[in-house]
Write a protein that binds this ligand. Structure first.
Ligand code: ZN
Length: 270
């Protein structure tokens, strides 16, 4: 499932490929994927639009358009945003295809069809429910101390809550907690200041390293060029049930917290 590092990698790949390009044609193969404001036809509204910028917010890819509107893509479980040159075989599972004026095409493919591509108006606030960006200047240890204060929810569940911190999912929550040596079930508000400082440093470090390695290719994730990432090869705990912890040697366990599988080490996460 694409999280912050994967979406960041996709966005960085899309930027040189689509910014400045005009959308010449829109094909929608699965209607429920394409969402537009009331009384606006998704395909017709996009035709003739120019991509002016591509950014990321949490796990969303945000393409800015010349009209001031934006195209906000949620990849959910298995969504892919891939730019293809003419003549390349169409990406399997493509639901929306945007043809560009240089002949290339931007595909939104999604095998499980949970993803959405949403057209939002310039004045529309679509991200009001999203919390702080963990790689922004505002995400300081002190900010995290304030956010965790009084919370009784398990720290793992807190990290997954997009209304608090935007962009962290199951992979990077598990990895950050391992790096910070924190037990995932521990109530968020019960963490002491040294542990919170370790957690803050671990979140920033894990996300930055994952971006450097172009994300984790687990399930269907590929970047905007259709290439796999590399961080899945250096994961410490995620998906590593029964394998030895690289820090203490004890076998990694999997428990369920807030309905999500959580991989961690009973030996060194206290
Ligand atoms: Zn360990």
């Amino acid at each position: 499932m694409p999280e912050l590092p994967e979406v960041e990698t996709i966005v960085r790949g899309l930027r040189p490929a689509i910014v400045g390009r005009t959308i010449t044609h829109v094909d929608i193969h699965l209607k429920k994927i394409a969402i537009a404001p009331p009384r606006i036809a998704f395909a017709r509204a996009l035709q003739g639009e120019v991509f002016t910028a591509v950014d990321r917010r949490g796990k969303y890819a945000v393409a800015r358009l010349g009209s001031g509107r934006a195209l906000v893509t949620s990849l959910r479980m298995t969504g892919r945003l891939v730019v293809q040159a003419p003549g390349e075989p169409e990406l399997p599972g493509t639901h929306i295809r945007l043809s560009l004026d240089d002949g290339n095409r931007l595909h939104f493919a999604d095998v499980r069809t949970f993803g959405r591509m949403r057209l939002v108006e310039a004045a529309e606030t679509w991200d009001a429910d999203l919390g702080i960006e963990p790689l922004s200047a505002g995400f300081t240890p002190e900010a995290l101390i304030g956010m965790l204060n009084g919370r009784t929810t398990p720290v793992k569940a807190f990290l997954l809550d997009q209304r608090r911190i935007a962009g962290i999912g199951n992979i990077y929550a598990s990895e950050a907690l391992w790096q910070a040596r924190i037990r995932p079930e521990k109530p968020a508000g019960a963490l002491g200041t040294p542990a919170i400082r370790r957690l803050h440093a671990a979140i920033v470090d894990v996300l930055a390293r994952a971006i450097e390695m172009r994300g984790s290719s687990i399930d269907d994730y590929v970047d905007a060029e259709g290439l796999q990432g590399g961080f899945q090869n250096v994961l410490a705990v995620y998906g590593r049930l029964g394998q030895p912890c690289s820090r203490c040697g004890r076998a990694i366990v999997r428990t369920v917290i807030a309905q999500r599988g959580t991989w961690w080490c009973r030996g060194c996460q206290r």
